[in-house]
Design a protein around this ligand. Structure first.
Ligand SMILES: NC(=O)c1ccc[n+]([C@@H]2O[C@H](COP(=O)([O-])OP(=O)(O)OC[C@H]3O[C@@H](n4cnc5c(N)ncnc54)[C@H](O)[C@@H]3O)[C@@H](O)[C@H]2O)c1
Length: 431
């Protein structure tokens, strides 16, 4: 099939490359000239395992195209995916201005029947808005175009794997013809395909993210109780996860959830509820718990280094919002760095993939060549669970630290082993 993807960010690029690999001819469109010029040469705008190879292969085999011309992407395509950003407004509501702009541009370009499928996370009502914009230009729904909701569930850090192994595909539409065509496109992925209404598809996306966020806030609450009563939250989570009714995912205690999606989507859902006359108390408490959890790391650092931090250097390992990605959007590590800097602490930091991105938003940090240089500090704080941190030479780390202090915000080490090695070690919820 011929497919156009508008927006070559984390979602659009992975979806475009993945659909090309499945044998489709895919036209990826973006307004960012530099991004498109680099992509044409096979240079990816962010790190995601396997993505560069996938793009290079499909470029070479003539199934994947990059362009800044919307017309060039839309004209040959039967399905047009919208995958632009939907950032939060001040109020928490999803900002639909990028989606609206795309709809306005599309309204003059549609010359034969297209399916407009919205991959961006948008609230109920957004499809009607896009429909109205297209109809304003005289395009007829059901004749010139149809519209669908195809929410995305991939996880940054595992995005390519998730594209090829989705847990499910959700298709929301009201014309059965749309369901048949989209089903055909996604059937090779062999995941369960849920056919439903657009409103339900959009709520599946918001509810899924809110539920994942609730699991993280839940286990963080349990972790804090574990610390008071001398229990180990890692084992508590493992013990809970064996229960098939609970499952093991998203039960890692830590510094809370950050990143580009969970907080934004949770706030948007709270607003969706509010706008329809319902106050979502439970969802609000998930957010409150999350904000509190991030601050607990600061208390832990002060417990060992003392209340006064202005004469201290804190080494930070991990800058991306989670391991496996170079994305620093709403990274809790950068938030914690800011909190520490406000207290006067100096920061040294290292990340395997995210330093270039971090430098753009946090220039007043000393970025180091490797974790051992970062450890030349008063304490080392681990804020993303990169595999290479688990393999560190801990004796060398201890030798470099002024005090043998490790605050592990992502629980990658065994507390017993760390204490035996002579560290003052504080994980999250580890008794
Ligand atoms: N990042 C994730 O993990 C993830 C997962 C699931 C769903 N989502 C949702 O998917 C959507 C996209 O997220 P993302 O992280 O990929 O965003 P992103 O910011 O990485 O990418 C958006 C891209 O759209 C481009 N763009 C903006 N306006 C455009 C226009 N008029 N024409 C063409 N391109 C345009 C931007 O230049 C950018 O490259 C959001 O709604 C997000 O909530 C994201």
């Amino acid at each position: 099939m011929r497919v156009c993807i508008i927006g070559t960010g984390y979602v659009g690029l992975v979806t475009g490359a993945g659909l090309a690999e499945l044998g489709n001819k895919v036209f990826c469109v973006d307004v960012d000239d530099e991004k498109i010029a680099n992509l044409k040469k096979g240079k990816t705008p962010f790190y995601e395992e396997g993505l560069k190879d996938l793009i290079e292969k499909n470029l070479k085999e003539g199934r994947l195209f990059f362009t800044t011309s919307l017309a060039e992407g839309v004209h040959p395509s039967k399905i047009v995916f919208i995958a632009v950003g939907t950032p939060p407004k001040e109020t928490g509501e999803a900002d639909l201005s990028f989606v609206i702009k795309v709809a306005e541009d599309l309204s003059c370009l549609i010359d034969k029947y297209k399916i407009i499928a919205i991959k961006s996370t948008v609230p109920v009502g957004a499809l009607e808005l896009v429909t109205q914009i297209l109809e304003r230009e005289g395009k007829k729904k059901g004749v010139d175009f149809d519209i669908a909701s195809t929410p995305e569930f991939l996880r940054e850090g595992n995005a390519v794997y998730d594209f090829f192994h989705p847990s499910r595909t959700v298709l929301g539409y009201d014309n059965p013809k749309v369901g048949k065509i989209l089903h055909e496109l996604f059937a090779p992925l062999r995941a369960p395909i849920l056919h439903t209404s657009p409103a339900t598809a959009q709520m599946i996306k918001y509810a899924s993210n809110a539920f994942l966020a609730s699991r993280i806030s839940f286990i963080n609450e349990i972790a804090n109780i574990c610390e008071k009563v001398g229990a180990d939250v890692v084992e508590v989570a493992r013990g809970m996860g064996y229960d098939r009714r609970i499952g093991e995912g998203y039960l890692n205690a830590g510094i809370g959830f950050g990143g580009p999606c969970l907080v934004k989507d949770l706030k948007a859902l709270i607003k969706i509820a509010e706008n329809s006359g319902y106050e979502a108390h439970f969802l609000k408490s998930i957010l409150e718990k999350n904000e509190h959890q991030t601050r607990t790391i600061l208390y832990k650092i002060k417990q060992v280094l003392g209340e006064v931090l202005y004469d201290k250097t804190v080494g930070i390992l991990g800058l991306s919002f989670k391991a496996g990605t170079s994305d620093v959007r709403n990274s809790l590590s950068l938030k914690i760095i800011k909190l520490l800097q406000k207290e006067g602490a100096k920061i040294k930091a290292y990340d395997p993939k995210a330093m270039e991105e971090a430098r753009k938003v946090a220039p007043d940090v000393t970025y180091t060549e490797d974790p051992y240089e970062t450890a030349q500090s008063d304490a080392l704080v681990i804020l993303a669970a990169w595999g290479e941190f688990k393999e560190l030479d801990l004796e060398k780390i201890k030798g470099n630290l002024k005090n043998p202090v490790i605050i592990d915000g992502v629980n990658i080490f065994d507390p017993e082993k760390m204490r035996k090695l002579g560290f003052v070690y504080k994980g999250v919820g580890r008794g």
